[in-house]
Design a protein around this ligand. Structure first.
Ligand SMILES: C[S@@+](CC[C@H](N)C(=O)[O-])C[C@H]1O[C@@H](n2cnc3c(N)ncnc32)[C@H](O)[C@@H]1O
Length: 297
């Protein structure tokens, strides 16, 4: 069984890139049209995390992720008014979970989506880990929206097929595996390929780690080729915090990327404004960078 538990990584730089991007996309999709959205999260995690829990404190990853951003640009912070739109919207959403207090509760993708979805939208959350899916079930039950939000204890790659296409022909699919299994990379491309055939206009959002492994380098190239072949627009964003300093900090994951097929047209500009600010605050050492590349409009 899997050993990955997202509680150790909640609020790290990869979550910042992923969740800031997700918030920007959802804000656009939920305001563009009234038509209901199908929102699918193939790898959901537990939905809600505590940054003051033993797991999060052990790894300390949020202190190289969301916490410095919160201190500089969060509610009441020195540069709150100067936060670029995507960063401001992400931090405001986090503030809603923390009632004006310090940042202790950190929402994962299920709770971010649940916060931004509307009455007419449907959210489907896949989580395979027995403990985490039970925690997710309990967390989601607190939301009291059983008709709109459902947890499925199943393989998200396989389960997605049964949801597509949604009758409204509008939707967003987040694919965020832990890549603990090398086969996850191939499963992501196969799943996106299949999903595009079933539901060509869906917005597909894939997170991946930038690590020295051929499959990880190939993934964005394969997704780009797939989007181009299908005649779909795409956006690729990366954030690298670089090598840890000599202060004994654990190196861990240095960089990650998001590949989006059928992104909202506003996303490129929003990320181009937000990522330099995020990069400036989170960069640790050599190799730190950010990039946004997109298909021609
Ligand atoms: C990176 S975490 C998800 C984090 C979450 N999307 C977020 O942003 O808050 C990946 C999760 O996928 C789960 N998982 C792994 N393989 C899976 C599969 N085939 N189907 C569904 N869930 C899976 C893991 O147990 C883990 O909780």
């Amino acid at each position: 069984m899997f050993s990955y538990r997202h509680a150790f990584h909640a609020g790290n730089h990869a979550d910042v890139l992923k969740h800031m991007t997700l918030v920007a996309i959802l804000r656009y999709l939920t305001s563009a049209k009234d038509t209901p959205l199908l929102l699918a999260d193939t790898h959901a995690g537990t939905g809600l995390y505590r940054l003051d829990s033993g797991d999060a404190q052990t790894s300390g990853e949020a202190s190289e992720g969301v916490l410095p951003l919160w201190q500089q640009y969060g509610p009441g912070a020195p540069d709150e008014a100067r936060a670029p739109e995507a960063l401001a919207a992400y931090l405001q959403l986090l503030a809603g979970f923390n009632g004006g207090e310090a940042l202790r509760k950190y929402p994962g993708s299920p709770f971010i989506t649940a916060t931004l979805m509307r009455a007419q939208d449907q959210l489907r959350l896949f989580e395979l880990h027995p403990t985490d899916s039970r925690l997710l079930d309990n967390n989601v039950a607190e939301l009291g929206r059983p008709d709109a939000i459902q947890v499925v204890r199943n393989n998200g790659f396989a389960g997605l097929k049964g949801l597509l296409p949604p009758s409204s022909r509008r939707g967003l699919v987040l694919i965020d595996p832990s890549y603990e299994l090398k086969t996850d990379y191939g499963q992501v491309t196969a799943t996106v390929q299949d999903a595009l055939q079933r539901f060509a206009t869906g917005c597909y959002v894939v997170w991946y780690p930038v690590i020295p492994r051929p499959e990880a380098h190939d993934l964005p190239r394969k997704l780009k080729a797939m989007a181009q072949q299908a005649g779909k627009s795409w956006l690729h964003a990366t954030l690298a915090i670089g090598r840890a300093g000599d202060d004994g900090a654990r190196d861990g994951l240095r960089a990650s990327g998001m590949f989006i097929i059928n992104p909202p047209f506003v996303l490129k500009e929003q990320l181009e404004q937000a990522l330099p600010v995020v990069h400036r605050l989170l960069k640790r050492g050599s190799g730190a960078s950010w990039a946004v590349e997109a298909s021609k409009a």
